[in-house]
Design a protein around this ligand. Structure first.
Ligand code: ADP
Ligand code: MG
Length: 243
């Protein structure tokens, strides 16, 4: 089977707070899923569970055939294949852009430094900022920093990319440059789960849009159906607020 991610009956609690309720989700190779929903609905928690940045208490998460549990080997294997980009980039401020992008290659993939830097450079070219390689993150715009974060993830050649609101901390004029990189990646066939309220992006690349509210998947559908004919009132109210 071509399931890259298979989540079944997932439940998670933060102490007594039931944050994810009975989540079922299958993502096939090359599929693009966009997740939207109100703040606090559990979107970040859900995608953080997929590479075990959060643990879950009930249900199963399978990534590329590996079941996520507290087995360190499994966690390592999954993280090797799952790239993640966050809202606030999470770059190392004291390292140059090139070092940020080559660090994982050197330490995790054990690639010699010179070769690692060549590889990192090729990914900086891909996100169209090779000229920024020797600067520090703080010297770059938000859009450039997010592109560095994407290059850093891609350099590890993941099978899946998870994005958690990658453009929501950016000034409006920088949103486009990041979305363009993500659209290119989508067109190249990357399997992607993207938490985003960028509805234009969702319409252009998503195979499926998922609406979450209060820890549940309320509705999922192809983008056209989802936006033009939402089935539930909660989805409609949410869409009215963001469009
Ligand atoms: P979203 O990404 O949809 O805004 P989150 O997954 O960040 O939602 O959060 C879902 C809910 O879980 C929120 O009510 C949030 O306050 C709570 N929450 C998130 N992280 C933690 C944590 N580490 N401990 C306790 N509660 C948390
Ligand atoms: Mg979030």
């Amino acid at each position: 089977m071509d399931d890259v991610i298979k989540i079944s009956g997932l439940n998670k609690w933060y102490d007594s707070f039931h944050v994810l309720k009975n989540i079922n989700l299958r993502v096939q190779k090359g599929e693009k899923i966009v997740i939207c929903g109100p703040s606090g609905s559990g979107k970040s928690t859900l995608i953080r569970c997929i590479n075990y940045l959060e643990t879950h208490q009930k249900g199963t998460i399978n990534v590329l055939g590996t079941k996520l549990n507290n087995n360190l080997k499994n966690i390592e294997l999954v993280r090797k294949n799952v790239g993640m980009c966050f809202q606030h980039f999470n770059l190392f401020p004291h390292l140059s852009v090139l070092d940020n992008c080559s660090l994982g290659l050197i330490w995790v993939k054990k690639i010699p430094k010179v070769r690692a830097q060549e590889i990192a450079m090729s990914y900086l070219e891909r996100v169209k900022i090779p000229e920024q390689a020797n600067k520090y993150p703080g010297q770059l715009s938000g859009g450039q920093q997010q592109r560095v974060a994407i290059a850093r993830s891609l350099a590890m050649t993941p099978e899946v990319m998870l994005f958690d609101e990658p453009t929501s901390a950016l000034d409006p004029e920088m949103v486009r440059e990041v979305l363009d990189v993500m659209i290119e990646l989508a067109n190249e066939g990357m399997t992607m789960i993207v938490v985003s309220h960028e509805m234009g992006f969702a319409k252009e690349v998503a195979d499926k849009v998922i609406f979450m509210d209060r820890g549940e998947i309320i509705e999922e559908n192809k983008p056209k159906e989802f936006f033009e004919n939402p089935k539930y009132d909660r989805t409609r109210i949410f869409l009215d607020q963001i469009i």
